[in-house]
Write a protein that binds this ligand. Sequence first.
Ligand SMILES: [Zn+2]
Length: 155
Amino acid sequence: MDFTSGLYHLVLSLKTPQRLDVGSLGRKAFPMGYYVYTGSARRGLIQRLARHLRQEKKCHWHIDALTRVARVEEIVIDVSGTRTECQRHELVMQLPGARMIVPGFGSSDCRCPSHVAYFEQKPSLISQRLDGEPLFRVYTKNQNPRHSRSQGIPA
Ligand SMILES: [Zn+2]
């Protein structure tokens, strides 16, 4: 299994409502809550994720507007190659409480209405297992160390 390419979900938390400039979409309102962004990298997956974690950056993708102000709570990576980014986003939208609030966000290259889902409560991607596929969960900083070992998601 290699980690140079794959799909990923960023679980982001926004502690206060924000109005953000999202490139061509213009200025959009983002309520406080949780956002799950679905993206993909054909190469440089780890570098891509590292960029998402950095708050200091120029806005290149729509998601940059959000990752500059929101906290990345979790990253879920799918390197199984069995789904497309669009299918993965569709699975996220099937989780309880999922809402599409910024049409066009992150989906300039496909026909999806958006690649970001909004949740008032933190969604649980792993417990839902999305569809039982192999997933890796990557914990980011500031989490309880007792839970920081990677979870046994069978590959
Ligand atoms: Zn799509």
